[in-house]
Write a protein that binds this ligand. Structure first.
Ligand code: GRF
Length: 240
């Protein structure tokens, strides 16, 4: 298969972009980043792209009257650059059907929770506020909802006693980088299968053929002290 031609959309730091660039550079991901597009000028992710010799564009959303015209400009820039897949890597804008229809089932997002829990902004703080013991990250295809599209892969991350936003976000981020690269490499291998909704208004499903797309479980086992022997059946259900 030819390499994936990626357009990567960012709004800030760009550490997920960096994970993609590193994976391409060392041969773990068969892809080319055709364009890094930021809706904010001067962000760290743009500098990362420039260091890697990747083309960049800034299309500032504030310069556009509405979401549709911003999205149309983004589509034009991505198409001109030769991108046929789009990765949202910390891109903090919702996309309209103007954008999504231009790349059907080809827009991938990384989100820092186990969706459908904690969609939207600051998923890590939402997880802390709810007191969940296990959270994680999700790679999914983007639809017109907020973090509602078909799930491709997830990684579990334990919430530890004493965690605050920053410690939890940092632990999740390690898994984000691994999961995003892994999911993109499965797509590059041609393993992605999308099943349209069975009925109008229903939910599309996505699957990755032939691989285990649930990652990070060993991290949770380690946090629970179960790492060596896998699950401890006698403890399951304790206190229920
Ligand atoms: C990540 O946690 C990503 O999941 C979320 O925003 C953050 C972006 O980080 N959508 P970075 O810009 O990739 O470093």
């Amino acid at each position: 298969m030819p390499p994936l031609d990626l357009g990567v959309l960012i709004s800030g730091r760009g550490s997920n972009l960096q994970a993609i660039l590193d994976a391409i550079a060392d041969g773990r991901l068969d892809a080319r980043v055709r364009l890094v597009l930021s809706n904010r000028p001067g962000v760290e992710g743009l500098a990362r792209a420039e260091r890697a010799g990747v083309p960049t564009r800034v299309i500032a959303h504030r310069d556009f009257a509405d979401r549709d015209t911003f999205d149309a400009a983004a589509v034009d820039a991505l198409r001109d650059a030769g991108a046929t897949w789009v990765v949202l890597a910390g891109f903090m804008r919702l996309l309209t059907t103007t954008f999504l229809d231009a790349f059907p089932h080809r827009v991938v997002n990384i989100h820092p929770s186990l969706l459908p829990s904690f969609p939207g902004v600051d998923a890590q703080q939402q997880a802390l506020d709810h007191g969940v013991r296990i959270t994680g990250c999700t790679v999914h295809l983007v639809d017109a909802g907020t973090d509602t599209g078909p799930i491709l892969a997830q990684a579990a991350v334990p919430v530890l006693d004493g965690d605050d936003h920053d410690t939890l976000a940092a632990r999740i981020l390690v898994q984000e980088h691994a999961l995003l690269v892994r999911a993109l490499s499965w797509i590059a291998d041609g393993r992605l299968q999308v099943t349209p909704p069975a009925a109008p208004g229903g939910r599309a499903r996505a699957a990755i053929a032939g691989v285990d797309t649930a990652l990070g479980l060993a991290n949770v086992d380690t946090a629970l002290g179960l790492a060596q022997g896998g699950r401890a059946p006698e403890q399951v259900g304790e206190g229920a």
